[in-house]
Design a protein around this ligand. Structure first.
Ligand code: FAD
Length: 467
């Protein structure tokens, strides 16, 4: 078969190249480092880890990223094999010796007889003669390629920063305090007038909250990030610093809302959460993008009435990050709808994290290889971690095209909120006679059921796809 081109030799590109070569197809991997650096990388190794050396939890029974590790191992991932071989002690997490890890990936790729590594920057979209190619150039995609992607997909389709509001697991919100209501009970398309979850604050609670935001520990931008503070996207702590009333006239305004638990007392301020996935398991905090450090963020956000026990699927942030509007632009096999044969992979598709980026590289590599071999492309089921992440990226959770165009798409780590609910019979709770089952135990049992199902379905999927 003729070669498949992979652009970018990071976590996603290296994994994609490996998966393609495993199918006996030649790969040309184009990596600019060696000729041109990014602002965060320091070496010319493939799959360099730009910051932490951790792949996060390795617990495949209770943790979504642990499930993703296990699925990648089942799918013969080079990134996981290299990580396992260069593990350093880190409790339940999988952490690696960063130099040993990236040296191992580089050696495996460079010595593979079917893979050719070319050290060059791609300055525009791949030429038309590359009928099968993958762009995996990451959050720091070189500017001229980013410009070409933007020109080809439309100005609205490429983001250079992520301004992320925290996302909360719906079942950790206390609905004895919070209530469902849209502002002025407005019924939008597909809405019910009860589309938001509202958390009320009185004056004392609001003032303490504003003080905590001002005092909270914040992350500083790196000099090269050049993050602009555009209006409509200001971090909440910056709004708090601008004056005690700013938040109450911004994202926390109480207008058009009546506390269902206490209708006669007007809330002084309200935090609204909007449904974030079609499954209804995740809610994002509207207008709550923040640069607070993760520890401070959790502590301060749990001051909000109704969120005292909140579990966060992801915390807020504001970073330099190049990514495309994948739910609109890509099909279910990560292919650019407007240019079949060209796929995207890794963080540029709007996943977040080393493991997630590598796993989307793994899928893109497999899909591209199947296409080259004239095989049917079989995507992983949504019940697997692979499938749940893929559905987040390609909009598989989204029901209508109208919704697809309207939703703001934000990068996300893998988490159980992206998985469909487990079948009720599959949730196994150990009952101790005379003891009530607590909500927390139910949540743990539910996650375990989703993890078991994911691994079984992943093994079945891999069987189907000849692995
Ligand atoms: P990368 O690993 O960045 O790989 C992209 C590759 O493409 C690079 O090697 C680059 O040199 C190359 N390239 C770019 N443009 C071109 C071009 N035009 N032509 C040829 N080659 C090109 N995730 C975590 O899980 N933990 C962390 O601690 C973490 N810290 C991060 C810190 C920073 C500063 C950033 C920016 C991101 C961080 N991430 C972190 C997020 C993300 O998971 C990593 O960036 C991850 O490396 C993404 O994998 P990738 O393969 O998509 O991109």
């Amino acid at each position: 078969p003729s070669p498949i081109h992979v652009v970018g030799g990071g976590l996603a590109g290296s994994e994609a190249a490996w998966q393609i070569a495993r199918r006996g197809i030649p790969v040309i991997l184009h990596e600019m480092r060696g000729k041109r650096m990014t602002d965060a990388h320091k070496t010319d190794h493939l799959s360099e880890l730009v910051c932490s050396n951790s792949f996060r939890s390795d617990d495949a029974e209770n943790n979504a990223v642990g499930v993703l590790h296990a699925e990648m191992r089942l799918a013969s991932s080079l990134i996981m094999a290299s990580a396992d071989a260069h593990q350093v002690p880190a409790g339940g997490a999988l952490a690696v010796d960063r130099d040993g890890f990236s040296a191992a990936v580089t050696a495996a790729i460079e010595s593979h007889p079917l893979i050719t590594v070319v050290r060059e920057e791609l300055t525009g979209l791949p030429p038309e003669e590359w009928d099968n190619a993958i762009i995996a150039t990451g959050p720091l995609t070189a500017p001229s390629l980013a410009e070409s992607i933007r020109a080809a997909t439309g100005a609205e389709s490429l983001s250079f920063f992520d301004a992320i509001a925290p996302i909360v697991h719906r079942d950790s919100i206390n609905m004895d305090i919070a209530w469902y209501q849209s502002r002025y009970d407005k019924v939008g398309p597909g809405g019910t007038g009860k589309d938001y979850i509202n958390c009320p604050m009185d004056k004392t609670q609001y003032e303490a909250f504003v003080q905590a935001l001002i005092a909270g520990d914040k992350t500083l931008f790196k000099e090269w990030e050049h993050v602009p503070y555009f209006d409509g996207c200001l971090p909440i702590e910056i709004m708090a610093e601008r004056g005690p009333e700013t938040l109450r006239h911004g994202p926390m305004k109480p207008m058009g809302l009546t506390n269902a638990h206490n209708p006669t007392v007007k809330p002084y301020a309200v935090v609204q959460l909007r449904q974030d996935n079609a499954l209804g398991t995740l809610y994002n905090m509207v207008g709550f993008q923040t640069k607070l450090k993760y520890g401070a963020q959790t502590e301060i956000l749990r001051m909000i009435p109704g969120l005292e026990q909140a579990e966060f699927a992801r915390l807020g942030g504001l970073h330099r990050n190049t990514y495309i509007n994948s739910p609109v632009l890509l099909d279910g096999s990560l292919q650019l709808k407007s240019r079949p044969g060209l796929r995207f992979a890794g963080q540029i598709t709007g996943c977040e994290g080393y493991v997630e980026s590598a796993s989307i590289g793994l899928l893109a590599g497999r899909f591209a290889a199947a296409q080259r071999l004239g095989e049917e492309i079989v995507p992983p089921p949504q019940t697997t971690a692979f499938g749940a992440l893929l559905a987040h990226i390609t909009g598989g959770h989204i029901v209508s095209d109208e919704e697809r165009g309207k939703r703001s798409f934000q990068p996300m780590n893998i988490n159980f909120g992206l998985f469909p609910e487990p079948e009720p019979g599959s949730v196994q709770i150990e009952r101790v006679p005379g003891k009530r089952v607590r909500g927390k135990e139910k949540t743990v049992a539910k996650k375990q059921a989703m993890a078991r199902r994911a691994l079984a379905d992943c093994a079945a999927w891999l069987n189907r796809t000849a692995d």
